[in-house]
Unconditional design. Structure first.
Length: 296
């Protein structure tokens, strides 16, 4: 069992292509929800959401190439995550579930709903899922580093101790001000290896492949605009380093031309790319999930 925040979670594994997918499960008597994390994150990114949704049956996989699923082989890419998510539902005997996706996970959620609308009738996209095709000839690796550079840099770092690793995250401008049990559990789940060579569990090839899909795959970029994809987009006021320029703003969201009848959007004030999943802002995400469950 895993304790993160106040909700008590159970760890399980699910057979998927190439091995077993690690999943964190917060049991509940209510309807099922599957939560998909960001590109260098892990399942405990959703521990605070579990606290905010008492009674909901919440499942959050460590996506292929991360944390408990780091040993799963390629091929990587968002389509592999969609297949793994379907395999999770099949293993659990579930016909359908609401999908929550944060950052890269929101792109996975939209793609899953586009490919399998009968399995994923509603999605909640949190600061992700809406992309814009790059200019012809754009270097995807360079663009990926420009968008998530600090997160990419962390993957090549080593830490002498768990304390040193936690201090690194306490200094993070987007996470440090929100430090507590939820953030501690989230960042600790990613730590692997032995001192003094502790490091991130994320597989760099998986991050690169997934990032390339988010930034340049035509099917992925079109998914949120497919008529069968229904839900809500929530976007943070500030960026990955708590900077004023966020991933989305009113102009960019308007340029995406989403259909407000099936994909309304709203900004969550006072949040950055990460804090949108932690108290108090996570209550807004929880409300959107409850709306999705009611509409599914």
């Amino acid at each position: 069992m895993t304790t993160s925040g106040s909700a008590l979670a159970r760890d399980l594994t699910v057979p998927v292509h190439g091995g077993r997918l690690a999943v964190t499960h917060w049991p509940g008597e209510g309807p099922p929800v599957v939560a998909l994390h960001g590109i260098t994150a892990n399942s405990l990114a959703f521990a605070a959401l579990a606290d905010a949704l008492p009674g909901v049956d919440l499942y959050a996989p460590d996506l292929r190439g991360r944390a408990g699923s780091a040993e799963l082989p390629g091929p990587y890419g968002l389509g592999a995550h969609v297949d793994d998510t379907v395999a999770l539902l099949d293993h659990l005997g579930l016909e359908r579930a609401v999908l929550v996706g944060h950052s890269m996970g929101a792109f996975v959620a939209a793609l899953a709903a586009a490919r399998h609308p009968d399995r994923f009738p509603r999605v909640v996209l949190v600061d992700g899922g809406v992309g814009f095709p790059p200019s012809e000839g754009t270097d995807i690796d360079a663009l990926l580093k420009a968008v998530i550079g600090p997160a990419m840099d962390r993957l090549s770092m080593t830490f002498g101790s768990a304390e040193e690793y936690l201090e690194f995250f306490r200094a993070h401008p987007a996470l440090g001000p929100h430090w507590g049990p939820h953030v501690t559990g989230y960042v600790t789940r990613d730590l692997t290896g032995r001192a003094p060579e502790l490091r991130s569990s994320c597989v760099l090839d998986a991050v690169r492949a997934d990032g390339a899909d988010v930034l340049g795959d035509a099917e992925t970029l079109a998914a949120v605009r497919r008529p069968q994809v229904r839900g809500e987009l929530l976007w943070a006021e500030r960026g990955l380093l708590d900077e004023p320029q966020a991933l989305y703003d009113a102009e960019r969201v308007a340029a995406a031309a989403l259909d407000p009848a099936r994909m309304p959007d709203r900004r969550i004030d006072g949040t950055n790319h990460y804090s949108i999943l932690f108290p108090p802002a996570v209550e807004e995400v929880a409300a959107a999930v409850r709306d999705a469950l009611a509409g599914g």
